[in-house]
Design a protein around this ligand. Structure first.
Ligand code: TEU
Ligand code: CA
Length: 560
């Protein structure tokens, strides 16, 4: 593998709680993951990104770490984890762990000591401030609703939590805290892992003095992203982390960085920056959000999605590397959001997969995406588990007078549990995920949508993913080719070229449920070309100059 093996890899994200349950307690676990490694190897996966498996009270399903050196008991033991790692490596795959170091759980021993007294040597590991005339220290809103501050009676101060009340933010200005975190990272790297996905890593440096948010909406607390995203010392901290830890290992890092532009991303991922290898940007994940944020749902347009993705493809060309994703454990299922999860589920899932595997960057497959799993609609709010959803439901219905039906409509479209229903392995009860009662109900379409069915159906989404992944390994142009956008019928068709060492690819994706005319660029007629992959079986030749793309049809040609 080249030094930059992460550029040539396809990465698969496992959300362990929902992946595979080996002991019938209804919760996915490490032994369950081990039982599915042959499947991932068969698919052609190179790297597994494992969402947090550290000891946690699960206020935010593991993104609230209580013991950074221990495994959550529901998931198994450290021996199980060691076995999993060796089984991953035995199959020639790599493992990156999800690292949450912007905040910990309030049950983490560091926080318990920090909260024990104002004079604790750990006090400054977290962000404590006195109240402001009986009010919170500033007007910041938590991502999970309400104030970003919680009052701590025992020491008569507030602590900052940008997420849940049980996720206190670390104070990265404290050097001892940073050393603790680097020591912990080294401990995991010495176990042989192949890197980290770093949770909200661009939130670790907050604005000097923690001033009030200037943008004031008609809500009690205000979004303050400009005051805690890409803060004044964020690059200093990450460079220090790289110098003291990461640079000593052949590992990959991908930072989760809400609110970054391509210019910001180039600062985090530039090869001469010695910070991170890649970042997850969110511009395309906000394409259907209005000024009120994710729950202010707006229709999205292909021209806006293209503008965003073009911007990232061209913006990072030659100075960074894109992470390519349309799904993860925080986002609704891509076939429901950007495709058609009813009449054209299979074709639109394949079309979206073609997009992700023919842009420049590293593709990330989220568990279930490869079989076209869809969003879910539970009848009752009591069927939901995600803290973000439950807090929003309570605040919207009880404090803002929004109707139950309207709030449920928003949850159906944007709720995070859409992505967290158990992986659908086969058509037996609970989709073969568990022999017990699942922690979150299985999507009722599992009899039709499951891995077993997909493996037997040669035309399934799954076999299409397997072919796309294999093509990337055989055609470096899909990895390294320069990206050039094309504007033919651009409101309905996303088309672009890739160019590398004299070779050319032409990609055309019909993003609609109706046939679309597409005028082939003349140079492709003259030169002649052959079809590399398509989600349709028959294709009029390109000679005619104008072709018709069927609903959600995807085609990729290579120039002769
Ligand atoms: O998510 C950070 C983040 O930006 C989320 O607020 C995301 O935008 C939101 O969930 C979309 O609805 C990371 C983790 O991926 C997420 O699961 C955690 O809840 C969060 O950090 C706190 O650790
Ligand atoms: Ca289990």
């Amino acid at each position: 593998m080249s030094k930059q093996w992460w550029k040539e890899s396809v990465i698969y994200q496992i959300y362990p709680r929902s992946f595979a349950d080996s002991n019938g307690d209804g919760i996915g676990d490490l032994k369950g993951i081990i039982s599915k490694l042959d499947y991932l190897e068969w698919l052609g996966i190179d790297v597994i990104w494992l969402s947090p498996v550290y000891d946690s009270p699960n206020d935010d399903n593991g993104y609230d770490i209580r013991d950074y050196y221990g495994i959550m008991k529901e998931f198994g033991t450290m021996d199980d984890w060691e076995l999993m790692l060796s089984e991953v490596h035995k199959r020639g795959m790599k493992l990156i762990m999800d690292l949450v170091i912007n905040h910990s759980s309030d049950e983490c021993e560091w926080f318990v000591k920090s909260a024990s007294s104002k004079t604790s040597p750990y006090r400054d590991y977290y962000i404590w401030r006195p109240g402001n005339g009986g009010q919170e220290p500033n007007n910041w809103e938590s991502h999970f609703g309400g104030s970003a501050w919680k009052y701590h009676e025992e020491t008569d101060e507030y602590f900052l939590h940008l997420f849940s009340k049980k996720q206190p933010d670390f104070n990265w200005e404290n050097e001892a805290l940073r050393s603790e975190l680097y020591k912990m990272m080294t401990w995991w790297l010495d176990k042989g892992i192949d890197g980290f996905r770093m949770d909200v890593i661009n939130m670790i440096s907050k604005a000097e003095g923690l001033p009030d948010a200037s943008e004031v909406r008609d809500t009690p607390y205000q979004p303050a992203g400009d005051l805690f995203l890409n803060g004044p010392r964020v690059h200093e901290y990450i460079k220090e982390m790289n110098e003291q830890v990461l640079s000593k290992y052949d590992v990959m890092t991908v930072g989760e960085t809400p609110g970054v532009t391509p210019d910001d991303a180039a600062l985090f991922t530039g090869e001469d920056r010695n910070e991170l290898n890649m970042v997850f940007q969110f511009d395309h994940m906000d394409v259907d959000s209005g000024p009120g944020g994710k729950w202010d749902i707006q229709p999205w347009t292909l021209s806006e999605l293209r503008r965003i993705l073009d911007g990232w493809q061209l913006g990072l060309e030659g100075r960074g590397w894109n992470s390519l994703y349309l799904n993860n454990h925080d986002q609704p299922r891509m076939v429901s959001r950007f495709g058609d999860d009813k009449e054209y589920r299979v074709n639109s899932a394949k079309m979206l997969a073609t997009l992700l595997h023919t842009l420049q960057g590293t593709p990330y497959i989220y568990q279930g995406e490869e079989i076209g799993m869809t969003n879910v609609e539970f009848d009752s709010i009591d069927d939901y588990r995600d803290i973000e959803t439950l807090n929003m439901y309570k605040e919207a219905t009880e404090e803002r007078g929004i109707s139950h039906d309207e709030v449920m409509r928003r949850i159906y479209i944007k709720g995070r549990d859409n992505a967290r229903t158990p992986m659908q392995w086969n058509p037996t009860k609970h989709a073969g995920f568990t022999t017990g009662e699942p922690w979150l109900a299985v999507n009722q379409n599992y009899e039709e949508i499951n891995v077993e069915e997909a493996q037997t159906d040669k035309n399934s989404v799954l076999h299409y993913y397997k072919k796309l992944i294999a093509l990337r390994k055989e055609n470096p142009i899909m990895i390294y080719g320069a990206y050039r956008t094309l504007n033919e019928n651009k409101e309905a068709v996303y088309s672009y070229e890739r160019e590398w060492e004299g070779k050319k690819l032409l990609v055309m994706l019909n993003f609609t449920a109706i046939p679309q005319a597409y005028k082939v660029p003349p140079k492709w007629i003259k030169s002649g070309c052959e079809l590399l992959i398509s989600n349709e079986a028959i294709h009029p030749s390109l000679e005619d100059g104008t072709i018709e793309l069927s609903p959600y049809e995807a085609r990729v040609y290579v120039m002769k």
